[in-house]
Design a binder for this molecule. Structure first.
Ligand code: BG6
Length: 489
């Protein structure tokens, strides 16, 4: 393999405050939707609808039990709030160029609708950014990663309400003004498309608040508000710092037809469009014809103003970022076919792939296919901001974790990134998901560990929070050090 990763390739890793930070009720932080998201270890991993439906009573129940960190694990995360110095040191030693993190909205605006921010919250991120700078690590900040303040949910129905655009912009202006000298890369919403799969964590939507409404319409109306907010944020960031770059963030779900039957090929094409419609909107600055057709065909009447459409058109994103973990198959007739789970989806099992304990199928070539498809479609720089493997791991008798499968997973995916670069795709960088163990977004488990660094914390809440480097830690360090060349050996 010839040397291909370009000079300045952005190597690193990604986290989100709601899964990593903890300190959920410290430093003046208010409740976020994730603090009230109960883990459902009793529900089948393939049953995403059941896992993700949240009712008002569920939130009230969560609020009645602030002491419960076991059923609400995102409250403790990996306790980055108290380990930030040590954790950034560990990332720096691996040679990270970029660290992706989110800013917990309710740490800055505890209820979301205040006029003035919580200074203590702002200072926490001051410390984090200063420490990153000390190690020459560039932050990539996700403005909103499943963290709307819970008060906005209960008081305003969160993203369904237009007012939330103003609350979000107040938050965005505050953090951009404060950190623009230290943050050059921004993502507006993590996986804006995920609203359709988990409306509560992404949009702050409680199912029973909309019993008399068309649920699909509620979701798309809320998503429309996020598209407008994203464009306004892009405008504000560019006006504040012309050097800054803003990206959209897409869940790159990759589907193959189960057979070459034209019906299956068509099914795969339709399914891929249902993935692309959101990035199409944010990259081209307007709703694609096929999404407008869906609104019409399903009788969805969205409230959109002329100004909304204008701002979306005028301020598209600079680059496309995405998460990629696995691929799966689809078929017109699914009778008798085995299904498997993926990232908040369930699809047909691919007989040529192996899967993790959670059913996610490992497919490095699918990453190359995804990069090529996205680049052909958008012709804008691509940034892989999540990729990785969650495994159940425990320290052995020597206080070590041997994780050859993670080493293999990372190597195989990076080789395919290199192949895509050789194919002419413009890839800005690669961020491994959860370089230090985090709580899983989907199942709320600590047991599903992604890290190159182990965090001693378990599903039942016990653990010392000690950080221990796994065997993969040195390997990723070597990959970064050699700018990917070691992958050849
Ligand atoms: C991505 C999310 O979709 O998948 C992350 O942006 C999440 O928040 C990641 O953690 C992996 O999913 P899970 O369910 O294994 O944590």
């Amino acid at each position: 393999m010839a040397k291909q990763f370009p000079e300045g390739f952005l190597w690193g890793g990604a986290t989100a405050a709601n899964q990593f930070e903890g300190g959920w009720n410290e430093g003046g932080k208010g409740w976020s939707v994730s603090d009230a998201a109960r883990s459902h270890l009793d529900v089948d991993v393939q049953d995403y609808a059941k896992q993700n439906e949240v009712l008002e009573k569920d939130v009230l129940e969560a609020m009645a039990h602030p002491e419960d960190l076991v059923h609400y694990p995102k409250r403790h995360g990996s306790d980055f709030y108290h380990h930030w110095k040590e954790d950034i040191g560990l990332l720096a030693e691996m040679g990270f160029k970029v660290f992706r993190m989110s800013i917990a909205w309710s740490r800055i605006f505890p209820k979301g609708d205040e006029e003035t921010p919580n200074e203590e919250g702002l200072q926490f991120y001051d410390n984090v950014f200063t420490e990153l700078k000390k190690h020459n690590i560039e932050p990539l900040v996700t403005i909103s990663h499943y963290e709307p303040p819970l008060h906005l949910v209960l008081e305003y129905n969160c993203w369904y309400n237009r007012k939330t655009i103003d609350f979000f912009m107040n938050f965005t202006r505050t953090i951009v003004d404060r950190y623009k000298d230290r943050v050059k890369y921004w993502l507006t919403f993590n996986e804006v498309d995920s609203m359709i799969r988990h409306p509560y964590t992404t949009g702050g939507l409680l199912r029973d608040r909309f019993d008399d409404d068309k649920w699909e319409e509620v979701i798309f109306q809320s998503m429309h508000h996020q598209f407008v907010a994203s464009a306004l944020a892009t405008k504000y960031i560019h006006e504040s710092d012309p050097e800054a770059k803003v990206g959209c963030m897409l869940t790159k779900l990759t589907y193959y037809p189960f057979t070459c039957k034209p019906e299956d090929v068509l099914e795969a094409q339709q399914r891929m469009r249902s993935t692309y419609c959101y990035s199409d909107t944010q990259v081209f600055g307007e709703y694609p014809a096929y999404l407008l057709a869906r609104f019409r065909n399903h009788g969805l009447n969205l409230v959109m103003t002329e100004e909304d459409l204008e701002v979306m058109k005028k301020y598209p994103v600079d680059f496309i970022s995405f998460s990629y973990y696995s691929s799966s198959c689809v078929a017109k007739n699914t009778e008798g076919l085995q299904t498997t789970a993926g990232n908040t989806v369930t699809a047909i099992k691919n007989p040529y792939l192996t899967a993790s304990e959670w059913g996610w199928q490992t497919d490095p070539i699918g990453l190359r296919v995804s990069l090529v498809d996205l680049y052909d479609r958008y012709r804008k720089p691509l940034f892989i901001v999540e990729n990785g493997i969650g495994l159940d791991e425990n320290l052995d008798e020597n206080h070590e974790i041997k994780d050859p499968f993670r080493v293999e997973y990372t190597r195989d995916h990076l080789i395919q990134v290199n192949e895509a670069i050789k194919d002419g795709v413009d890839v800005m960088g690669y961020l491994y998901w959860g370089p230090i163990d985090v709580v899983s977004a989907g199942t709320g488990e600590m047991r599903k560990r992604y890290g190159f660094v182990y965090v001693d914390r378990f599903n039942d809440g016990h653990g010392t929070l000690e950080r221990v480097k796994k065997n993969s830690y040195d390997r990723y360090k070597e990959i970064i050090e050699s700018n990917g060349e070691i992958l050849l050996k």
